[in-house]
Design a protein around this ligand. Structure first.
Ligand code: ADP
Ligand code: MG
Length: 306
């Protein structure tokens, strides 16, 4: 679960990046934040950037309004009104999370161009809009197809890389202490830093492993022993998934298998990668044994191994 603007008291480990983003976004009317899925972009925008703007010491730098949106299927039609500044003075900030939806959910090139024009209108002289985009890094090339966006990327883009070991330590220890006065065993923190540090997009795994460790806490302490018992950074998510799957009825399990298999592109000598699927494709997932009309993969029978 991403952090929201109200979670700022639990949001740690991104001070440096938040400061960099605030500086960059103040210096440019349109800024783009790039990072892999799970790197913490949404959380950075919502629980890092937004509270920092609202609480700026210099009142002149505080936005007149901050609006957060995700593009969806018809971004120009649905969000045009958000591009009218909120107040006669001051700046209205638009934070566009999941900007890649402009290329995935929105399928209409004219609609897409209109939305991009709206966003880039913030760069016009006299504009009182400021735009910050959060974009999945694998859509970098799609953004470069558009001249205006390419200029934004050249002038004002910020990569969301992995946290440093000391940032990770903060992100592990401080929320536990702040939310519930919990203590994380030193040996557990060290292990997590070692394991997550080597894992691109490892934060969601960290989050889940800590949740499961918390369920097995001893008094106020999250222990290495509990972490190992729940299966560690990879095992914890696998155990939860297995337990969930085991609770499904046979038809439900068959449907789950068909959906999950459609969400992977098998690698050919390279690692398997995720495959985003739209609802219409899932709705048309056919009976076991039939072939997908798009990629001609055969849907497996419920209960058969992949
Ligand atoms: N600073 C942080 N500390 C701890 N966990 C984090 C932090 N930032 C993100 N996460 C966790 O990482 C996961 C992915 O975060 P999210 O903001 O949704 O990333 P993205 O938008 O890049 O996919 C979520 O489970 C979130 O709780
Ligand atoms: Mg996100």
């Amino acid at each position: 679960m991403r952090f929201e603007a109200g979670d700022r008291d639990l949001f740690f480990g991104r001070t440096r990046l938040t400061d960099d983003l605030v500086r960059l976004a103040h210096a440019h009317r349109v800024t783009a934040v790039f990072g892999p899925s799970g790197s913490g972009k949404s959380s950075l925008l919502r629980a890092g950037l937004i509270p920092c703007l609202r609480e700026a010491e210099d009142a002149a730098l505080r936005p007149a309004a901050i609006r957060i949106l995700t593009p969806g299927t018809r971004p120009a039609r649905d969000h045009t009104r958000l591009f009218t500044p909120a107040a006669p003075t001051g700046e209205t900030w638009l934070v566009v999370d999941q900007f890649e939806e402009t290329f995935t959910l929105c399928q209409d090139p004219a609609e897409r161009r209109k939305f991009l024009d709206l966003l880039l209108s913030a760069r016009a002289a006299g504009s009182r809009l400021r735009v910050v985009l959060g974009v999945r890094a694998d859509f970098y090339a799609r953004c470069l197809e558009h001249e205006g966006l390419a200029a934004v990327i050249r002038e004002a883009s910020l990569p969301v890389g992995p946290m440093t070991p000391s940032e990770l330590r903060e992100a592990i220890v401080k929320p536990a202490a702040a939310a519930a006065g919990l203590i994380v065993e030193r040996s557990l923190t060290d292990r997590l830093i070692e394991e997550v540090g080597e894992e691109p997009g490892g934060l969601p795994l960290l989050s889940h492993a800590l949740l499961e460790t918390w369920r097995r806490r001893r008094g106020r302490t999250l222990t290495l022993q509990a972490y190992e018992a729940v299966g560690g950074i990879h095992g914890a998510i696998a155990q939860t998934a297995e337990a969930f799957y085991a609770g499904l009825t046979e038809p439900q399990a068959g449907t789950a298998r068909r959906i999950l298999l459609r969400l992977i592109t098998p690698g050919d000598g390279t690692p398997d990668t995720r495959r985003p699927v739209d609802r219409t494709e899932l709705d048309s997932t056919g009976p076991a044994g039939s072939r997908c009309p798009r990629c001609s993969t055969r849907w497996p029978a419920p209960g058969s191994s992949p």
